[in-house]
Design a binder for this molecule. Structure first.
Ligand code: NDP
Ligand SMILES: O=C(O)[C@@H](O)[C@@H]1OC[C@H](O)[C@H]1O
Length: 484
């Protein structure tokens, strides 16, 4: 491994310094299952030190003008772009997505910093008249203080940017804990931030386990806001832990996106998009197509074309320029998907293509999974209800629009839904009827960063991006400004 952006030893990044921690832990390459390097395994005490470092520097960072902070964010965006290739290779090495996807992720990370830099000259707060003469009421937007950011493994660079850019633009300092499987991108980005002029202590990255280090960060009275992307299980635990200190929490959690194809849809587009929305990042995106509902009139043709489309996507070395599908991130995630599929078959599901590890010596090591289509199951099947987070797609026939929407809404999740139809009136009806935080009509993602990405129900609370996401990083102070 030759990544100059990473520290030469296992270390966390606190107060602008690379510091050794009490333990170390290996990072594995998902394509080969080989150890790539060791990273620091920090515990609660080191977490508290990081929060203290953030706390000490936050006030002076917030005192800078927003125009100055915006300049720093722009410098970070430029530095990310200058290092795009190395960063993309780090993402591929620790996470397993294809190099093309990884370059897109790094481009997105830079754009988050550029976008939130535009908040440098926005109007901020509200000015109100008073009931009294010679008095003005001001409702000021202020930073929360120290933000604890907890991130998952599926977008280790983009999600760093999604949390850090708005947090520091608003004048907060951040302690970010990446997922243990994918700590390298965040460490590299921490160094990039420092090199681009982010003051020491404003962005800290500390590596370690969620239930120990992460839990301690959440419970610490020094955390003024906790923002999380990850599983619903982790989100619930974190929300419960934060209750002790009444710390605000923003949760972007799992999803179970329905993908509805009605009989007046453009079938070519629906087939291509259904496969793309399932296979993106090897099926490991909270917005992925997790269950497809197809009008009975076109069901057989749709399934046969979907099988063709999915079968064309052959897993290959994610560093290869032509690869369209990398491995899953870890043995545990591979096993989880394999077990879901086995139980689906035991429950009567039929595998229309794929089914597990592809044939070939190059796939014997690593966490490879073929694109897989499953038919013959109903809405009660486990694989149709739980988030699978892999390249396995159940397809279900529906009689009409009403049934499609009823089945789509019959879920505990509520992040993303897709609908394909040729009629604007049906599309608009679906937008009204679908109980999800974001609805895509005749198109797939990714979402745009000036919009809003937030789930309903078990998919979370709060959310990221755009103005609505930015406001999570602010709190409000009302000033009664007498000037007699
Ligand atoms: N919404 C989304 O975008 C994502 C959803 N998922 C879903 O989650 C499933 C499993 O993911 P998994 O690998 O377990 O990771 P999680 O999604 O549960 O972990 C996300 C982050 O939370 C941390 N964490 C976990 N538990 C706690 C806790 N009690 N207190 C504080 N921090 C905690 C993790 O630390 P640690 O390093 O120890 O894991 C990690 O940094 C996937 O199969 C998928 O279904 C996964 C990724 C993203
Ligand atoms: O974590 C996820 O899966 C999503 O938030 C994901 O992150 C970057 C992508 O654009 C999102 O869909």
């Amino acid at each position: 491994m030759n990544f100059p952006l990473l520290p030469g030893k296992p270390a966390i990044f606190v107060a602008g310094q690379w510091i050794s921690a009490s333990g170390t832990r290996p990072v594995l390459n998902p394509a080969t299952a080989e150890v790539v390097t060791e990273v620091a395994e920090a515990g609660p005490e080191e977490g508290e030190d990081a929060l203290l470092a953030a706390h000490r520097t936050q006030r002076s960072w917030a005192r800078r003008s927003s125009v100055e902070r915006g300049e720093v964010l722009r410098a970070v965006a430029d530095a990310i772009r200058e290092n795009q290739e190395e960063l993309a290779r780090i993402v591929v090495t620790e996470q397993g997505k294809t190099i093309g996807e990884a370059r897109g992720e790094i481009g997105g990370a830079a754009t988050w910093f550029d976008y939130y830099a535009t908040y440098d000259r926005r109007s901020s707060g509200t000015v109100l008249p008073s009931e009294r003469p010679n008095e003005q009421l001001l409702i000021r937007d202020e930073p929360c203080g120290v933000v604890t950011a907890i991130t998952p493994w599926n977008f280790p660079a983009a999600l760093f940017a999604r949390k850090v850019a708005p947090a520091i633009m608003a004048g907060n300092a951040v302690v970010l804990k990446p997922h243990e499987d994918t700590p390298l991108s965040a460490l590299a980005l921490a160094g990039i931030c420092a090199g681009a002029g982010v003051p020491d202590g404003v962005v800290n990255v500390i590596t370690g386990s969620g239930p120990t280090l992460g839990d301690a960060l959440v419970r610490s009275p020094r955390s003024d806001l906790v923002t999380v992307t990850g599983s619903t299980r982790a989100g619930k635990e974190i929300l419960a832990a934060a209750a002790a200190t009444v710390t605000p929490v923003s949760l972007e959690l799992g999803g179970k996106a329905p993908f509805i194809v009605l009989d007046d849809a453009d079938l070519d587009r629906a087939v291509t998009d259904a496969a793309a929305a399932r296979l993106w990042n090897c099926g490991q995106v909270c917005t992925c197509n997790e269950r497809t509902y197809v009008h009975r009139e076109i069901y057989d043709e749709f399934v046969s074309r979907l099988v063709e489309e999915m079968s064309r996507v052959v897993p290959a070395d994610p560093m290869s320029e032509t690869s369209r599908l990398g491995p899953k991130v870890s043995e545990a995630e591979w096993r989880k998907v394999r077990d879901y599929l086995d139980r689906a078959v035991a429950a009567g599901g039929e595998i229309a293509c794929g089914g597990g590890r592809p044939d070939g010596a190059e796939f014997e090591r690593g966490h490879w999974f073929e694109p897989t289509v499953v038919t013959g199951l109903g809405n009660d099947a486990e694989i149709v209800r739980d988030e699978v987070f892999g390249p396995v797609l159940p397809v279900i026939p529906v009689d009409d629009y009403e049934q499609a929407v009823d089945l789509a809404n019959d879920t505990d999740y509520g992040l993303t839904a897709y609908v394909y139809t040729g009629a604007l009136s049906t599309a608009m009806r679906a937008v009204d009827d679908l109980s999800f935080g974001e609805v895509y009509v005749n198109r797939v993602g990714p979402e745009q960063l000036h919009a809003f990405h937030g789930g309903w129900n078990l998919s979370g609370m709060g959310g990221d991006d755009g103005e609505h996401g930015y406001r999570r990083y602010l709190r409000h102070k009302t000033v009664y400004l007498g000037h007699d």
